[in-house]
Every structure is written in C-alpha cells, then in structure tokens.
Design a protein around this ligand. Structure first.
Ligand code: ACO
Length: 428
C-alpha cells in the first residue's frame, strides 16, 4: 500500500501522508491541507469520516463487532476482570498487579469524602430535577471545592486528580439518587469494594442494614466494564475537546456528562425503557412500533437500535442480553418488558429495513432492563452509564493532555449573507 494520498484541487495535485494504526486502520493526514491549498478545508458534519486523534486506549471494529480495551477483548474483560482493574487498565495502560490495584483502591477510598458544603447544592435542586443535570452540576461544582489546577506534567498530581474523582464521583451518583428519593446523604463504607460501596451508598435505608446481593454486584460490575470506554464517541470527544482548552479534569468531565445525557447517546437507555413501557401500555403490539420506526413521516425510531460505528452487532449487547436473562432469572423477576424487547429484537433482525441499514441492538437495548431489575429508577439509567464511562473519560483526557494535543477548534464553510450595509430600524 502506498504511503501517501493525492488530492487534486483546481487542477493542482497535493500529496498527503497516510497514518496507519496498529490494527491497520488508515487515515489521510491533512494537517497541511489548508496551508498548502490557500484555504481549502474538509467538511464532515457529525465527523463520520474524521479521526480527531490517534489513541492507544480502545480499539473497535464496527464491521466485525470487535471491542478491545488496551488490546484485551471486552468479552474476556467482562468475564475475568472487575471494574476497578478495568479502570486502572484504561487509565494507565496495563492491567494492575495485586499491589498496584490495592494501592489504587486505597487511594480512591482515601479521597472519597466530598466537602459537606456540596450537600447544600444538592439540597437546592428540586426533587423533580433530572439526575443527569444534577450530576453534571455537582461534578462541575467539585472544581470549586478542589480549585488547584492539575500540573499534567507531574505524574503525582495527575494521579491525585484521578483517584480524587474516582472516589468522589460514586458519592455524587448516590446523592443524586438519594435526593430523588428523599433519603439522607452519606459517604458510604470504606470496607467495601468499589461497586459494593456504590450500591450501598445508593440504596441503604436509614433504618435498616443494607445486604449486598452478589448477583446484583456482579451484574453492575459487568455493566460498568461494558460501558467503561468506547473511543471517540460524542461524550468522550466532548471531554477531550473541552480539556484541550486546558480546562480542568472535573470541568471536562461535567461537559462529558451533559453530552452523554442526549437520547441519541447515553440517554438511549432511558429512552429504550420508556419505549418498551409505552409498547406494553399500548397492548404489546410490537409490529405497530416496527412499522412506525420504518415510516419516514414518523419521527419515531426504535430506541436501542443502530449505532454510528457498529454496522454488524454491538459486542456489548450480546454480553448484556445474556446478563439480563441471568439477573432476572437469579432474582426471580418475570418482566414482561424483557419479552417485548426480545420480540422486537427478533422482528427487527428479520426485517428488510433493519437488515439493509445494518441496524442491530446496541448496548442500551438491554441495559435498562437490568437496571430496572436492580431497583434503579428509569431516569437514573444514564447516570449509571456515566459511572461506568468515568475511567474512559479520564483515560482519554489524560492521553490528550500527555500528547500535548492542540486546542480543538474546527473550521466551517460559511453559507450566510455576504457583506451588506446596515439598515436603519425604520427602513427594515
Ligand atoms: N430506528 C429506525 N431507523 C433507524 C434507526 C432506528 N433506531 N437508526 C437509524 N435508522 C435509519 C435512519 O433513519 C437512516 O435511514 P435512511 O438511510 O433511510 O435515511 C439510516 O438508518 C441510517 O441512520 P443514521 O441516523 O444516518 O445513522 P447514524 O450513524 O447517524 O446514527 C444512531 C446512529 C444515532 C445511534 C441512530 O441509529 C439512532 O438514532 N438510534 C436510536 C438511538 C440509540 O439507540 N442511541 C444509542 C446509541 S449507543 C450509545 O450511544 C451508547
């Protein structure tokens, strides 16, 4: 394969180098395009063909349905690792030794207390506030309580910022849920594992012991691993681009949470459950909703179907589908919503419209069913996604800063009015 690409503009040829990844992905490096051509740029709304960076964190092949963190397959990690190990792997590049993992966990625990004044901010929100808005605000507010900016050239400072947010974020997640339920806020239990502590902080009632269910712990651990990173998706690109202005880690993460909120991204898990509920209320007629999804005059889309990158299957959806069966079976829950989901999936996979467009169930199609079985309210689903995505966002932010990436600032092609004289108000 040649190592350059030639672009011809107005009869003039320009050569550009090719960049090759370790998995043989190829990109045309157009860094010099605008300068060489006197102002020509590329345009690619939604960045469907644009690589914003090189990255050594996550590899995914949407055509083959492959997802790997730092070279390890998602299937193997979901089966053999726990969430904190995966977080360490994503952020620092290698699986931790037992000693490294114990230290990481101990450091996270020692930074897991949130300034008590943050409660006042939590108190100021109405109970009806969407948990994602609350979480984004609280994450941003952490900046006020931890004002010193991180010197990214100091490994020690970077590490401290990382364990600080890994420690405090689950507290914010739990407080978001507890506020919604009118429960007192607390700081969890240092003796528990990371995921166990998250569950206890969320669900402990003030007047009774909280008993951990290993089935729920295992299911949540898996869900968090599956959501932990997904290369340059909307929220991760947001974290990187905000961080590229040298905004701090907490502020960058807060922007990522806002990006994740949308129903075309992380908000899809809430949207899927609401859609399945609506189908159930409407008599369970999946065919009617399939027809709506295919009708171009109807804005309805089959939520949890389709993906910008996966045009085969989403490997995470396979793992989650099995996990949904296991969790519901183990907890003895019969959920008619799961049957509707399976019915929709079967119909869509056999339907020409979906087959032609390569629309397969994505990670969010089944995750909501598991969250629901765990007792997590529907509008908290995307918050759980954020809890899982946290290490991915941190890893991507760290990589971007260590690579000294320039500030993210796309160009545009202006299509508005050309210069025109100002019209006095009485002449308009
Ligand atoms: N239901 C019905 N039709 C769909 C769906 C769907 N869920 N998804 C895509 N299509 C159709 C489009 O209408 C379009 O049809 P056309 O070619 O006839 O115009 C074609 O499939 C391609 O769709 P695009 O929107 O161009 O694909 P894109 O890559 O831009 O969008 C997206 C991907 C946003 C995920 C889309 O599939 C979607 O809206 N899905 C539902 C929301 C969802 O589940 N989001 C979660 C994604 S996973 C995540 O973020 C964690």
């Amino acid at each position: 394969m040649s190592d350059k690409a030639t672009i011809e503009v107005n009869g003039q040829k320009y050569d550009f180098p090719l960049v090759k990844g370790t998995e043989n992905e190829v990109a045309i490096d157009i860094k010099s395009l605008r300068g060489a051509t006197n102002g020509v740029v590329t345009i690619d709304p939604g960045y469907k063909n644009t690589g914003s960076c090189t990255s050594a964190i996550t590899f995914l092949d949407g055509e083959k349905g492959i997802l790997r963190y730092r070279g390890y397959s998602i299937e193997e990690l979901a089966e053999k690792a726990d969430f904190l190990e995966v977080a360490y792997l994503l952020i620092f590049g290698e699986l931790p030794t037992q000693e490294q993992l114990d230290k990481f966990h101990a450091d996270i625990k020692s930074h897991s207390v949130v300034d008590d004044d943050v409660r006042k901010i939590v108190d100021a929100f109405p109970k009806s506030a969407h948990p994602m808005g609350v979480l984004a605000s609280l994450t941003s507010a952490l900046t006020a309580f931890n004002p010193s900016s991180v010197n990214v050239n100091s490994e020690e400072e970077m590490y401290k910022a990382i364990v600080r947010i890994m420690g405090k974020f689950p507290v914010l997640v739990a407080w978001t849920l507890r506020k919604k339920h009118g429960l007192p806020l607390d700081y969890g239990d240092k003796n528990l594992g990371y995921v166990e502590n998250c569950l206890k902080m969320m669900f402990k009632q003030p007047n009774e012991e909280y008993v951990l269910d290993p089935v729920v712990v295992d299911a949540l651990d898996k869900l968090l691993i599956l959501h932990a990173d997904h290369e340059q998706n909307c929220s991760t690109s947001t974290v990187r681009i905000v961080g590229s202005s040298h905004a701090g880690l907490f502020a960058s993460l807060s922007s990522g949470i806002s990006a994740l909120w949308g129903p075309l991204h992380g908000g899809a898990n809430q949207a899927v459950l609401e859609m399945l509920e609506a189908i159930k209320e409407d008599g369970g007629d999946t065919k009617k909703y399939m027809a709506k999804a295919k009708d171009k005059d109807d804005p309805f889309r089959l939520m949890g179907f389709g993906h910008r990158v996966y045009k085969n299957f989403d490997p995470r959806a396979r793992i989650i589908k099995k996990s949904a069966d296991d969790v519901l079976g183990n907890l003895g829950i019969e959920d008619p919503i799961l049957d509707i989901a399976k019915g929709l999936e079967k119909e869509a996979l056999e339907d020409d419209y979906f087959v032609k467009r390569k629309l397969y169930p994505n990670v969010d199609f089944y995750s909501g069913i598991i969250y629901r079985a765990m007792g997590i309210p529907t509008d908290m689903f995307t918050v759980m996604f954020a809890l899982g995505r946290l290490p991915g966002w941190i890893a991507q932010w760290r990589e971007m800063r260590l690579n000294n990436e320039p500030i993210g600032r796309p160009r545009q092609i202006y299509i508005g009015e050309t210069l025109r004289p100002f019209k006095a108000i009485n002449k308009r």
